[in-house]
Design a protein around this ligand. Sequence first.
Ligand code: SIN
Length: 277
Amino acid sequence: MEKEHSGMVVCPLTPVIGAEIKNIDLGGSLGQISVELIREVLHRYQVIFFRGQDITVEAQKDLGELFGELVAHPNDPGLEGHPEVMIIHADESSKRIAGEQWHTDVSCTHEPPMGSILRIFQVPECGGDTLFSSMYAAYDGLSEVMKEFLDGLTAIHDGAPYYTSVNLKIGRDDGGKEYPKAEHPVIRTHPETGRRGIFVNEIFTTHIVGLKKSESDLVLGFLFDHVRKPEFQCRFHWEKDSIAFWDNRCTQHLAMWDYWPEVRSGYRVTVRGDKPF
Ligand code: SIN
């Protein structure tokens, strides 16, 4: 159902997660009311989408900065002259793409990003969708006994296994670089909505603190399967100059690489977050 707010039209993709905001120009200067409305819709739907946004890199950075400080990626050099802009690109020669498994961006840092804003400006003829899953819905879908068990637990999120495997795959010498590693609650509370959500993901979470390896593997395996249930998801089909803005504190996403050897290209900016609790 479409809803109009100060000229913007909000069209939910599902009742659980995802909404498209129409009738807005993200390249122009957004007033305080528009920013507050975008924030409100993001809090309600967790990931929001915009179409037809042919904006410059500078405008995309300005957009991100309305929501917080931008941060550079720990394993990606970024666009020349713009280290905080991550290049998302795949073509015939690619050996991998960013985000092929369900994940929360850079959860291995002590203060994982609050959100990411991705603009795709070259799309394949078909395919190349991104899937998003609501970690609120995934948490709400657990039994009370399981919630109680998970509530007091923390887990280790380690950047090294994933980033070294990426660098090996693309032949990038990381010069023995150290990658971020952090301990976070398995269930986190969103600092703005107060809702609880699952905060472990298969790219970065290596084990649950205090459990034996076999126990931790079992619980994490269950959670990794659980968070990808279709009823917690929406799926976004990109057009040229679509933008997605996801809240990293309550979602996971997966980029679908079903379009090889075609090209898909875009830029992502990432907004600083705070320590999960
Ligand atoms: C990512 O930021 O994980 C990539 C998402 C995408 O390319 O759709």
